[in-house]
Design a protein around this ligand. Structure first.
Ligand code: MG
Length: 399
């Protein structure tokens, strides 16, 4: 296991070694919020289960790992399996002398169209951030704005004093957020024009009916997509959004189980499936999700934030360039320290992300460099876990 925090986020990568000199592979097993639990899931359970087995039967190994805990589809165990699964694809690519994208049939597009995160405390900050992306060649931006005195999602705090509340935790009020976000979309359309594609992430923070109304009110701004309007607990309400507006919907970064995505895709209730590939169990199940989605006219938009390791990002881009129903890819830049640890990160050029041409994932991990950035206790000493956000009266808000 390689654990490192080169950009302030806990990254975990599994290294699978073989009895052949110099033949090994890396897989993303990053679950930042519960990182310390993934390590024993791999080392105490999957490692003894897999020791002395062949590496070349990826599907069979995936199925046996998945079944070996009897209870399954949880985030820690899926992430652990992902570490093994992606490492086996890496090994197979190294054996073949080919990048993984060649093993699954080759490219059907040159590179992945991506979107950047344009955010800031106020509307003008977001517009400026978006213009910086456009100047780099981007065609798509996700826009998020701060809320005065509150903890908005995906944007910096404003300079305002915290709003009055019956507790001392960060405050979030759904109705205030929605009014502010709608205004942001209006400002962005005015300031950035009709040619840019706008995306917005609701991050599952509002009630089902508020979500329906927000998606309906946002329809006139012609978004590329509205992300996570509902939480996984409210999947039954996606039908209401569909019945009320044509705003394209992206959903799924919190999904772990086929029981969560099958109905949404099969009933064509979303436009983009947006799972976190390692949370589904790795590259192998993600390919199946893409095929299922293609059959129902749903496109892919794999989760690609900072809490995916570069190995996971390469798996994302590999899916992006090999699946016909690719929609868009979320982009997070790699800082210098991350590139020191992970040599061969996907390259961004002109607003596209490019897959490696080297064998396997094309990434080498410098374990000495990784050790220079150990996990820290993190914000509030929560070992990478998130804190809490509450309404003014103290009600917990989903994050
Ligand atoms: Mg999101």
């Amino acid at each position: 296991m390689i654990e490192s925090q080169p950009a302030g986020v806990r990254l975990t990568v599994v290294k699978v070694t073989t009895d052949q000199d110099g033949l090994y592979g890396y897989g993303c097993a990053t679950f930042t919020q519960r990182a310390d639990l993934v390590k024993p899931a791999v080392e105490k359970y999957l490692k003894p289960f897999l020791l002395n087995k062949t590496t070349d039967r990826i599907e069979g190994i995936w199925q046996s790992c998945y079944d070996s805990s009897y209870w399954k589809n949880g985030p820690v165990l899926n992430t652990a399996i992902s570490g093994i699964d992606m490492a086996l694809w890496d090994i197979k690519g190294r054996q073949a002398g080919m990048p993984v994208y060649q093993l699954v049939g080759g490219k059907c597009r040159e590179a992945a169209d991506i979107y950047g995160h344009a955010d800031g405390p106020d509307y003008k900050d977001v517009v400026e951030a978006a213009k910086r992306y456009l100047a780099q060649g981007f065609r798509n931006v996700r826009v998020q704005v701060g809320i005065p005195g509150m903890a908005g999602y995906g944007a910096g705090r404003t300079g305002d004093a915290a709003v009055k509340a019956l507790h001392d935790k960060p405050v979030f009020e759904p109705a205030v957020y929605i009014r502010r976000a709608l205004k942001l979309l209006e400002v962005c359309r005015q300031e950035l024009g009709e040619e840019v594609e706008l995306l917005h992430d609701m991050h599952e923070r509002v009630s089902p009916n508020e979500a329906v109304q927000f998606c309906k009110d946002a329809e006139k701004f012609k978004l590329f997509f509205m992300e996570d309007p509902l939480s996984p607990e409210d999947l039954g309400c996606f039908r209401q959004i569909r019945q009320n507006c044509a705003t394209p919907i992206a959903m799924g970064e919190l999904f772990n189980s086929p029981h969560e995505w099958i109905a949404l895709i099969g009933e064509r209730l979303i436009d983009y499936i947006r799972v976190h590939v390692s949370q589904t169990g790795g590259f192998t199940p993600a390919r199946k999700i893409a095929v299922l989605a293609e059959m129902f006219g749903v496109k892919t938009a794999w989760h690609g934030p900072g809490d995916v390791s570069p190995v996971g990002h390469m798996a994302n881009v590999t899916l992006d360039v090999t699946c016909h129903n690719f929609g868009i890819q979320e982009y997070s830049p790699f800082n210098d320290r991350t590139q020191e640890v992970f040599q061969g990160c996907p390259v961004m050029k002109d607003g596209y992300l490019w897959v490696s041409e080297k064998p396997g994932w094309g990434i080498e991990v410098d374990e000495k460099a990784a050790a220079k950035f150990p996990f820290t206790a993190g914000r509030n000493n929560l070992n990478g876990g998130w804190g809490e956000v509450r309404r003014r009266d103290g009600t917990v808000i989903k994050q």
